[in-house]
Design a binder for this molecule. Sequence first.
Ligand code: ADP
Ligand code: ASP
Ligand code: MG
Length: 478
Amino acid sequence: MGLIVQKYGGSSVANTARLRAVAERVVRTRREGHQVVVVVSAQGDTTDELIRKAHELTPNPPRREMDMLLATGEQASIALLAIAIDCLGEPVVSLTGGQGGIYTDNVHTKARITRVRGDRILRELAAGKIVIVAGFQGITVEGEDYEITTLGRGGSDTTAVALAAALKADMCEIYTDVTGVFTADPRIVPQARKIPVISYGEMLEMASLGAVVLQPRSVEFGAVYNVPIHVRSSFSDEPGTIVKELTLMNGNGNGTETGEKEVLVTGVTHDTNVAKVVLVSVPDRPGVAARIFGALAAERINVDMIVQTTKAEQETDLLFTISRDDLPRASEVVRRVARELGAKDVLEDQTVAKVSIVGAGMVMNPGVAAAMFQALADCGINIQVISTSEIKVSCLIDESRVVEAVRAIHRRFLEENAPGPVRAAATGAAATTAAAAPGSARATASTAASSMATPTAAAGSTSADPQPGATGSAAGTW
Ligand code: ADP
Ligand code: ASP
Ligand code: MG
């Protein structure tokens, strides 16, 4: 008997038959004697459909209104699932994010959970009910306005793990349309293998680099509050992937729990939600980069790779990548700043993608990066930008080559008889900077993960994004 949080993604509740199957699984868990809190996403492609409708009106809709719109998707699912569970004769109540005590900051469409008040949910559980909470949405705490917010794509994962943390649940189960976390997206690499156990650190890196099976923020919550996460299929009872704290001495995340790291590369990820922006011929003087990236930061636009190319005559080209979703807003900001700085031009490219390898084992092995570059070279794929950290290497390439690239890199490192890095020239890459942009003389690189403000509280602490006044250690409240 314990408390279990179960999250069901969009495909798991896509139609009436799927909703019934989910209701049956939830009721089965309840009848096994557990208390159950269920987080659900919008059905099927509802969120995409709503975004499409708004974009038929304008490419850059007001973000508050997008939140009002998108939150309706999850609100429909919670009610439908509650009706399906009621039909099976179990007491149940559905709650919006706000009713479920999910409080956020006021950054519409990318809000961050600042506090979870679990008292309402705990009351409903104590009354013997199954509690269903709308994923992906919250409510602001500032003032009395109670604005509805959403947590960014994939945000229901974060709702689930945050609730599991606040309620001190025994397990957070993420039910989805694949049987776990794989060594690459199984939809594009049929040879990808399920990873039975993975550390929070590697999972965070994979999620940040495009493995959409978990929202990165959910992994951060898991790590900070030590919530074990079980990613598994809603279509079967097969065991999935456990995301938990792993050390060198208790395994390497690939099921070989033997101590010393043996696997250099844990997974290959790709991200096509990438846009490249180039400011052409900006003055090469102190403060220019600060001005551009300061303006983007003020708009809460996350910048990933950055490369500055030194040109003759005190001019530079400045290249950076952002999420493609942010391009309409970024474009406005950058064009304004570029005019003020006297830059010659601003180029935008939405035909790029990022492929990455992730693995805690690569830190001591300089040949790993070289082997990845060789795999791309063997396919004739040009690398536009490279960024590295201790546990990942990313390459920006042409989007049209991304499937080929992921398959080739996966073959190189993760399939039977994979040559791995040993046969590669041991040239390696610097741990923190590298660039292969044509003509590049200077480069900086940063990971998506490192540019996120990670909650710093220790596991078991009661304050997530430490909030003034948000303390107290009672279960259910941060
Ligand atoms: P849900 O609607 O359940 O939240 P998502 O579409 O957000 O599901 O996430 C599941 C999808 O993540 C899978 O269908 C798969 O295509 C994709 N995916 C990408 N990388 C990986 C990976 N490394 N392992 C498993 N799934 C992955
Ligand atoms: N419905 C939202 C999305 O599609 C949130 C989620 O599914 O996690 O991104
Ligand atoms: Mg998802």
